[in-house]
Design a protein around this ligand. Sequence first.
Ligand code: BTN
Length: 333
Amino acid sequence: MPPEPSNSEELVLSFLAEAGDEFVSGEAISDKLGLTRAAVWKHVEALRAHGYRIDALPARGYRLAEVPDRLTPLELRPLLNTHDVGQVLHWHEEIGSTNDRARELAEEGAEHGEVVIAEAQTAGRGRRGRGWSSPPRRNLYFSVVLRPELPPARAPELTLVASVAVCEALRQAGVEAGIKWPNDLHASGRKIAGILTELAAEPERVSWVVLGIGVNVNARAEDFPEDVRAEATSVLLERGQPAPRALLAAACFTALEEWIDRHAEEGFGPVAAAWRKRSVTLGREVVVKVEGRDVVGTAEDIDETGALLVRTRAGRERILTGDVALLRTVRAT
Ligand code: BTN
């Protein structure tokens, strides 16, 4: 890990980041932060050593010209305006799986909102025992520890909360993302992000939930394993230009926190409404693989628990878990 940045270094960085393309004078920074001009200079030098490009002009001051494509607390914290999510950030250059680490931390007493984030995973896990392609520095791989006040039966709602939030962050980044039941993020009919939710519960309440989120950001086609290449996409492939991973991570944290708070205050209703609005599943003819059998029919709705309601020839079937294949559109959603 690079050495931890000092708090003043982060403050100088935030100040420069807030000024955007503008120069800010050394005097303004030192007045605002209560530092000497020499200290400001020292922090600018330290930031440059961390890979930041900072222009300096004698009469005008400093300007942040380029930030490194890394996800350490130094890059992320100045971009965050959350109160919980990501305020404690465990960064790893490489890790087996951020979900495994987050589960350990949760068992050791991690707080609501703590995040484990990695530049690469060597054993990234997907839903239903699958792997998750996690090449270094291309994408986002992070896991959020939550301590919700929820009975265990309501915990699955949080997966839909996460899918709505990540969908919103992707759309802000200019990707026309939608949600495929239960929680895959799709763009142009291909998967761009996935969510793996794990939890521990007592009979009456959830002890912890880990939301593991993988977003394909700057992966090129050749970065995906051959067996998923035809079904996967990334922000880069959708927009034709790379996206700053730190900005997208911060947007995901912000949207997650907003939706988690809203869910805690208002319940599942608004989440379900937002999910329906962004769904690419509802109104489609689907084949759902459920425990070895195929359920064929029209995806009509989700119920108050997030289960998928499929109209089949035999009636309405309620599906709690399964893999959905989308066939043709039955009605516009
Ligand atoms: C899916 O199969 O759609 C879920 C994929 C979840 C991948 C993320 S990447 C960060 C976190 N760590 C893991 O090992 N998995 C999740």
